[in-house]
Design a protein around this ligand. Structure first.
Ligand SMILES: [Zn+2]
Length: 420
């Protein structure tokens, strides 16, 4: 193929060369007039060739109010652009009159195509507005130049039925939209007309109310057989939790149309309180060996009355770990035997109480006191004032609760005191 083209080209060149030689020979032999005609013809041909090869052509300017806004290659492009522009315009009565079309010679100029020209027609036509058509339930209800008008009208209606104290999500029961379009400026809507178009629409509102409330912690007992009955110690403090109650109700124009849908969300879970509870049997059925030789003095300044015997069944199946001696508040309580103050504290059950360690596994407890007059570590002698009797802690009347503890378990104080 390449060879064939090369041959054709060379043959052409030879033909042209022969034609030129023959023409020059003819000119040489021609007279003066023919020479002039020949050169004039060649000049005209050269001018025409150069003019057409440089891209001179006839085009059309499109003009609005003296402003050239587009240049098209033909009347056909212009009429197609007008037809296309009309399809971009929403509504009727589009007016493209008033455009001047002016033919011009242009050199090497580029012209606008149909699509470009249609946009330029719309943008330069003072009768055309660039904005939005507002559509409600499939019908165009008006034209706005700014979305603000549409949004304001829409939101004003949507928030009209908000429920106080609730998070509301509102929607219309019909579709609404604003679509970008060109429209005839005569069709521009008044703000109040757009407001009116939304003012009667049905609004569905989903209102969600959140209420946070406290969840009381639970308490579990952890039995410990190495601790005597009546022993209670919180090892994990209970912490209240928090729940959120979510109530969802659907409204139509402010009137409830659904039953509340209620759900619960755990915000923080409560921490269960763990209490170690002693279960060791504290009752000694036989007389402790050294009871008679213990030599206890009476623990009070007055005799008092036995109001609760040792071992009495109490609420929760517990047995009374000591003996209750009814005396007026403020009666002096004394140590039954010499020892060291091991505890002098307050407890929700015992109230103010004192424990004295007498050595050899023997201890005594004095509880429900008005106040303690000794402190931990203090050495006390038999008969020494250690507290004033009272009615503190879990107590139903003024008395001394007196316990005798032998090797960690309580025993009947009657073995040590003359209770008659
Ligand atoms: Zn008691």
């Amino acid at each position: 193929m390449l060879d064939y083209k090369l041959v054709t080209f060379l043959e052409g060149m030879i033909l042209i060369k022969e034609a030129v030689i023959s023409f020059v020979e003819k000119i040489k032999t021609a007279n003066r007039l023919y020479k002039l005609i020949a050169f004039s013809a060649i000049s005209v041909i050269l001018i025409l060739v150069s003019v057409f090869s440089s891209g001179v052509k006839l085009t059309y300017n499109l003009i609005y109010n003296g402003n050239v806004f587009a240049n098209v290659a033909s009347q056909e492009v212009y009429s197609q652009a007008v037809a296309l522009a009309k399809t971009y315009v929403s509504g009727k009565d589009v007016d493209f009159s008033g455009i001047e079309v002016d033919s011009v010679i242009s050199i090497n100029g580029t012209t606008n195509n149909v699509e470009e020209t249609s946009k330029l027609l719309l943008e330069n036509n003072p009768a055309i507005c660039n904005g939005f058509e507002v559509v409600v339930d499939g019908n165009v209800v008006g034209y706005v130049s700014s979305l603000d008008v549409y949004e304001t009208a829409k939101n004003s209606r949507l928030t009209a039925f908000d429920i106080e104290g609730a998070t509301c999500t509102s929607t219309f029961t019909v579709p609404v939209s604003a679509k970008a379009t060109y429209f005839d400026v005569k069709n521009l809507s008044k703000t109040e007309d757009i407001n009116m178009a939304f003012a009667t629409l049905d609004v569905q509102t989903v209102a969600i109310k959140n209420t946070t409330y406290t969840v009381k912690y639970e308490t579990v007992a952890q039995k410990d057989s190495t601790k005597q009955a009546g022993y209670e110690k919180v090892v994990t403090a209970g912490v209240n939790g928090s729940n959120k109650r979510v109530e969802e109700v659907t409204y139509l124009n402010g009137v409830a149309v659904s039953d509340p849908v209620i759900s619960t969300v755990v915000v923080t879970a409560p921490v269960t309180e763990v209490v170690v509870v002693g279960t060791k049997d504290v009752f000694v059925t036989t007389t402790p060996q050294n009871a008679s030789s213990a030599g206890f003095v009476w623990p009070l300044a007055v005799k008092g009355v036995i109001t609760g015997p040792y071992g009495e069944l109490r609420s929760g199946g517990k047995r009374h770990a000591g003996v209750d001696i009814g005396v007026p508040v403020g009666t002096s309580i004394v140590a039954v035997k010499a020892g060291v103050v091991e505890e002098a504290d307050y407890d929700s059950d015992y109230g103010y109480y004192v424990v004295i360690n007498h050595g050899n596994g023997l201890k005594t407890r004095y509880a429900h006191n008005k106040c303690n007059t000794v402190s931990v570590g203090q050495q006390v002698s038999a008969g020494q004032l250690i507290a004033l009797s009272g009615n503190t802690g879990r107590s139903t009347g003024p008395h001394l609760h007196f316990e005798v503890i032998v090797n960690g378990g309580t025993t009947n104080p009657g073995y040590y005191l003359d209770l008659n």
